[in-house]
Design a protein around this ligand. Structure first.
Ligand code: SAM
Length: 297
């Protein structure tokens, strides 16, 4: 008898889910089996969402945004950190990667997103309409005002996903993948607004990010998770620019928010560029950090 055909050991809490493995009825975090759980805990996460992949739903409309996240990636995060009735908050929702991921994860999941720029919200709505996806709530405002909206202030969220702009990264000239995708190297800030975190100096950026994440934290259930995306800047002489470490340290100033670890996400659809050739090493940074925090009070 091959290992695959052996009867599964279910114990008193196990439920046989066929090829998915065994689900433990004591699982309070998600609806996954042990096998699926283990797969997600791998610290290196390699995906291959080409621009035309069907998982990259509605990219045709979402492409107006300089850095849209693949909805299928967000679906995997949502399925790990919520049960099928989970509530998800995204304070920087752009063209709705998280909201589309929540619709793909299905069940009775509901997501609320906040975004400064109306044209990104319109692009998200167009994707939902043309792809027949469940339309989630998107609020057009500065996330500093999130508690003024009943959709946020009257909901207890199971999960917060944040993909913030990083300081003035977007207002710099585009290189590599971003230049290739948009066939243009001119700077492309998300908005012209001073409250846009992408238009701030590094000095102003850290407390501004913490302030918004503090609001999210106040609406997160105890033992709920907060997932934050980030990418390091290129190191400069005298300035290592380990942004992911700086973000972890900044967010740990929120009393009750505990850093639990990270996943390194690499999308194989990204191309490499000969930066620095033939004179010096310049990193091709094709990974992003997915930083994971938990509310523990
Ligand atoms: C990296 S993008 C997020 C992309 C998103 N994950 C997606 O899939 O489209 C960050 C977004 O945050 C928005 N943003 C920046 N500052 C903001 C603020 N204070 N309040 C709300 N949105 C803000 C920007 O306009 C931008 O669209």
């Amino acid at each position: 008898m091959s290992k695959k055909d052996e009867p599964k050991k279910l114990g008193k809490n196990g439920v046989d889910m066929g090829d998915r493995g065994v689900y433990d009825k004591r699982n309070t975090l998600n609806d996954l089996t042990g096998k699926e759980w283990v797969y997600f805990t791998n610290s290196v996460w390699i995906t291959g969402y080409s621009p035309t992949a069907k998982e990259n739903v509605g990219l045709k409309y979402r492409k107006i945004h300089p850095s849209p996240k693949p909805p299928a990636l967000m679906k995997d995060i949502i399925e790990f950190f919520t049960k099928s009735d989970g509530k998800i908050l995204d304070p920087f929702c752009g063209v709705g990667g998280t909201l589309l991921g929540a619709a793909m994860a299905g069940g009775d999941r509901q997501a609320v997103g906040i975004e400064l720029e109306p044209k990104f919200i319109e692009a998200y709505q167009k994707v939902c309409e043309t792809e027949n996806m469940q339309l989630m709530t998107m609020i057009n405002d500065d996330s500093n005002n999130m508690l003024q909206h009943p959709e946020v202030s009257e909901t207890v969220f199971d999960l917060v996903i944040a993909d913030p702009p990083y300081s003035d990264m977007m207002s710099k000239e585009r290189t590599g993948q971003r230049k290739k995708l948009y066939n243009d190297s001119s700077p492309m800030p998300y908005t012209e607004e001073s409250v846009d975190l992408g238009n701030m100096s590094q000095e102003d950026f850290f407390p501004a990010l913490r302030n918004i994440m503090q609001h999210c934290f106040s609406r997160l259930k105890n033992k709920g998770y907060m997932v934050v995306f980030c990418k390091d800047f290129q190191p400069q002489p005298g300035k290592p620019n380990l942004l992911h470490a700086d973000i972890i340290n900044e967010l740990c100033k929120i009393d009750g928010l505990v850093y639990r670890g990270m996943r390194i996400w690499h999308d194989q659809a990204m191309s490499l560029f000969p930066f620095g050739y033939p004179y010096s090493f310049v990193m091709n940074q094709i990974h992003q950090y997915v930083l994971i925090f938990r509310k523990e009070q």
